[in-house]
Design a protein around this ligand. Structure first.
Ligand code: ADP
Ligand code: MG
Length: 554
């Protein structure tokens, strides 16, 4: 009798083969089903709350995927592709999850029939390459237009992104705002140069754009009422020091032998702070900002000299003022040279809703913009911020590589048609696989219809017919979200940057192939030693990052 070979520790949980593959596909499809209803302008939102009681309402695929606490190792891959789509291009996160799920759904019957998954993977990869080439070929450049014209076109792209969101009703209003904001920062790469400030209350339409920096004032000390609230062309001093008596108190240890010396110590303390304040005043600055506290002594002192000050400014805001106004943050008040002072055309402190805002507009380096968002509930403003983030990313993408494709499922139908045609030229099983891939792409227009309550079969038949036209004039026809029929997406300005589609197809195919290539998942049992425990945890979880044993093989 052969001795039994013990390979894995007792209690190790393995499942393998076809059953494992099918179970992975099922779980991924289930995740796809969760997000599918959020796609498009008529998509629904998800309300997610956790045990800490925080509530999020979102339509954004990446946000939803992040908040869903997915435990299935294979399904976690979808979370990762949604995240990567979000960081790469910023939009199309629902699309990418949906496509990946659909690719796998189409692959399922083949797997059940015993097709080796490597065959599927190879065909899928080929199909994806062909699809991306086709997208590039169909993309239309908006380069070489005048600035005004370009702005209009970019606003169209932003509006398409926003139309699927909670603030879709005001998409033109926000689209223009987003384009202005992106134009204001030019081709600078740093996203944080566009600030979004949320002020609950008021109406969405009360939101406004500052061509500079705006931030909420956190603290107001006595004396602040007497400070002027508006300056034209002020010098701005940026500090990272505390202007308060208390700091001196805490930082020193003093031993006195004679009680009469006490007064001199107190005086010295006052002298130190007055010396600091004098130096600030001497610098000629009219606006003094500090990341740390500016106490009431300093506030009053500045007020007496017609200087505005604000303490406890968030670091991010201070840096944005520095970038916009052209100053440098100082950690000492000694030797303040004029070069480190910033300036702007108008500085103003204004009441916005229940908050006081410091607003710096007309900044010389001009490379910042701030959107002040108004609106009802907190969840609403937060979702509005996420939506604007998507729109900002899209406009920036479009500025960088300015090619667009028709949305509303038009491009997906066109690629699908192209792949079907191409598949007919291939002999062998691969023909079927590429055909399935092509069919999977139709999920986008189908879902757009489903979510809007249209008859998807009917609309898709019309679309197929249009796209099959020899002349090619039907190539940009997509779902008409307003009437339930079909319409020329290009003519209706439902545009998406080509990179959104390219990245989505790429990432979704990769994810699908990754899952198809897994034939075994191993869950390691908990080890007795604490050290082993951590390691086992990392292995067993088999994160999408590919740390788990099962995920590794490709
Ligand atoms: P994602 O997270 O993938 O960006 P969205 O919910 O934003 O998902 O939906 C995007 C889809 O909605 C795209 O396929 C886009 O073409 C489509 N879409 C957006 N606006 C319209 C519109 N006005 N008419 C038809 N389709 C639209
Ligand atoms: Mg979107």
């Amino acid at each position: 009798q052969q001795p039994q070979i013990i390979l894995l520790k007792e209690g190790t949980d393995t499942s393998q083969g076809k059953a494992q593959l099918l179970s992975n596909i099922n779980s991924v499809t289930a995740v796809g089903d969760v997000v599918r209803t959020t796609l498009g302008p008529r998509g629904m939102d998800k309300l997610i709350h956790d045990d800490k009681g925080s509530v999020t309402i979102s339509n954004d695929g990446a946000t939803i995927m992040k908040l869903l606490d997915i435990v299935h190792p294979a399904a976690k891959i979808l979370v990762d592709i949604a995240k990567s789509q979000d960081s790469e291009v910023g939009d199309g996160t629902t699309t990418v999850v949906l496509l990946a799920a659909e690719f796998l759904k189409e692959a399922k019957p083949f797997v059940e029939d015993g097709v080796h998954s490597q065959n599927l993977i190879r065909s899928y990869r080929t199909a994806s390459t062909l699809a991306i080439e086709k997208v590039k070929e169909l993309a239309v450049s908006i380069e070489g237009k005048s600035v005004e014209e370009k702005k209009g076109l970019l606003a169209k792209c932003a509006a398409t992104t926003l139309s699927s969101k909670l603030i879709g009703g005001e998409k033109e209003f926000f689209a223009t705002m987003v384009v202005d904001a992106v134009m204001a920062i030019g081709d600078d790469d740093r996203l944080n140069l566009i600030g979004i400030k949320k002020v609950p209350g008021g109406n969405m339409r009360d939101s406004f754009l500052v061509d500079g920096v705006a931030f909420k004032k956190t603290f107001s000390y006595a004396g602040f009422e007497q400070q002027p609230k508006k300056f034209l062309n002020p010098k701005i001093l940026l500090l990272n020091i505390e202007l308060e008596l208390k700091s001196e108190k805490e930082n020193a240890e003093i031993r006195l032998s004679d009680p009469s010396q006490y007064q001199s110590i107190v005086d010295a303390e006052w002298n130190i702070i007055y010396d600091k304040l004098d130096k600030c005043v001497e610098s000629g600055a009219k606006v003094v900002l500090s990341r740390l506290a500016i106490g009431d002594l300093a506030t009053q002192y500045f007020a007496d000299r017609d200087i505005f000050c604000a303490g406890r400014v968030a670091e991010e805001d201070l840096n944005r003022v520095a970038a916009a106004a052209g100053g440098t943050v100082q950690t000492s008040v000694n030797n303040i040279i004029p070069e480190v002072l910033g300036t702007c055309e108008i500085f103003e402190e204004k009441q916005v809703g229940g908050e006081r805002f410091n607003i710096f507009s007309g900044c010389p380096s001009g490379r910042t913009a701030t959107i002040v968002l108004r609106g009802g509930a907190d969840q609403f403003i937060e979702e509005a911020e996420r939506s604007l983030h998507d729109a900002i990313m899209i406009v920036r993408r479009a500025v960088k590589n300015s090619t667009v494709v028709p949305g509303g499922g038009a491009i997906d139908m066109e690629i699908s048609k192209y792949l079907r045609q191409h598949s007919r030229t291939i002999a062998g099983k691969s023909q079927l696989f590429i055909n399935s891939y092509a069919k999977a792409l139709e999920v986008i227009p189908r879902q757009l219809c489903d979510n809007a309550g249209f008859d998807a079969t009917d609309v898709l038949n019309k679309l197929r017919q249009k796209h099959a036209m020899q002349s090619g004039e039907g190539a940009s026809y997509g779902v008409d979200i307003n009437t339930g029929g079909i319409a020329d997406s290009f003519a209706n300005f439902v545009w998406e940057p080509a990179v959104v589609k390219i990245n989505a197809i790429n990432a979704a195919t990769e994810a699908a192939c990754l899952i198809l290539s897994v034939d075994e998942t191993v869950k390691n049992p908990k080890s007795e030693s604490a050290q082993g425990d951590a390691a086992a945890g990392a292995m067993g979880r088999g994160r999408g990052g590919g740390r788990g044993r099962g995920m590794r093989r490709r």
